[in-house]
Design a protein around this ligand. Sequence first.
Ligand code: ATP
Length: 539
Amino acid sequence: MDRIVSLAKRRGFIFQSSEIYGGLNGFWDYGPLGVALKRNLKECWWQDMVAGHDELATLSGAPSPYEMTGLNCTIIMHPQVWKCSGHFDLFHDWMVDCHESKKRYRYDHLQGRWASHRDKKVFVTTDVSGDDALSDLVGKAQKFFKLRAKQIDEIVWEGELVPLAGATPAEAIPRAEALGPDATEPGTLTEPREFNLMFETRIGALAGDADDRAFLRPETAQGIFVNFKNVLDTSRVRVPFGIGQIGKSFRNEITPRNFTFRSREFEQMEIEFFCRPDDSRSWYQFWRDRRWRWYLDLGLTEGRLQLREHEAAELAHYSRGTADIEYAFPFLADGEYGELEGIAHRGDFDLRSHMEGKLVRRDGELVLETGPDGKPRHRGSGRDLSYFDDVSRERYVPHVIEPSAGADRAVLAFLCDAYREDSVPDEKGNPRERTVLKLHPRLAPLKAAILPLVKKDGMPEVAIDLYRNLKKRMPCMYDEKGSVGRRYARQDEAGTPWCLTIDGQTMTDNTVTLRDRDSLSQERVPIAECVDLLTERLQ
Ligand code: ATP
């Protein structure tokens, strides 16, 4: 992972936000290559899911043909949206603060072990996950007991690594005996407290009242639900149909970590798919499989991907089924996976919430939550968001299947998956180590590089001409600096699938060498055919 992060920075894929001021935790910028990679990823999603969708065909596994359309909603919405959706009351994590270090941790990220040395015993905690957790604990215990490196074997460890929260609340570790990850004495961690993950802001010049609070959206989905009727009334879509949206979301994560994996500002690619309640199970399965295939088709290694159905206990109260597509990120321990996308069967929860108000589950039914005065806790819009099917003459509230993906997590997964170190023969046939990003050509920031072998004999002129023609079709670059081996190496690191080299032979027979990043094959291609050939390969 360290090598991937360092390549990402060195080659201009991803930088820490506001780096010259020391950076801002949980915020990331995409550099020249990164912005192209991320745009390509979002383009692929939009093209494959929305713009390029064939609504006349019945796709494999789909119960029927369906339509797709798009939307772009605001980041700040009416505060009532979040009250009815449940985010205002429920979108929180548990956190603990440390009085001594002033640091804040996610309660479910703290784990530890009992350690004793002579007559002192303490529960040492860490917020490090994965394989490094145990070694981190040893370092912390050594510091606490004030031991030299050679004395660490004197520490007596008891039991396994367990969460500070315990498997059940009764088993939670007594706070007085727990040593915080950055504390020097036990007893400095607070009891867990709820922390709402929505960023707050205020609207307008007269900001100041408690009630003018607004929120940066923590997901793009709600913008789609509240526009459901607008889309129905203004386009010709009929159920079943989906609305796709790509956009920024914000979550004030307590502990952003693992590079861009858990950020505070990130982009989501979400579909809300509206269908008849009777067909919703089949549509759920269709979307689960379709989204799974999408990652494979763009080149993620199947062995590092996992489709995980949630257990009943893990489901949100409104959900009738959720599956996560997860990737074995290199920063995780062996056997652990991180979520790329969740596909949820949400029933009619969302549309009903925005009609009636905030819903809760009671005796297996979703009912309007009421306050002590018997009035709705959060009142809905009162607008009718049901659907009238003019063929079957039925009126119903559509059920929703939601494939919700993170653009940043997908970029990170594709970067990690594409990263290889191998050895290739140089110009003299000697093995040379190289770092290469084996990105799918659709994702690659640059599709081709045009390289004149030398800066003379008319080669640059021919190369520039080809570069200008190709650039009209796809992002490519012209590079004449350094040996051809060095230039290939630069392109390999950037993930460029093809290099076109203009050499002595070009000047006699009008052919160029087309080098393939992955197979390293070198074919001679007539210069006049290059643009069409690469366009075709890209498709
Ligand atoms: P997690 O459990 O990892 O916090 P989540 O289940 O809360 O994720 P969802 O609410 O299902 O995530 O959001 C849908 C998608 O949005 C996720 O699969 C992920 O790709 C992306 N996402 C969510 N939170 C973040 C974040 N903090 N940083 C980057 N991407 C995120």
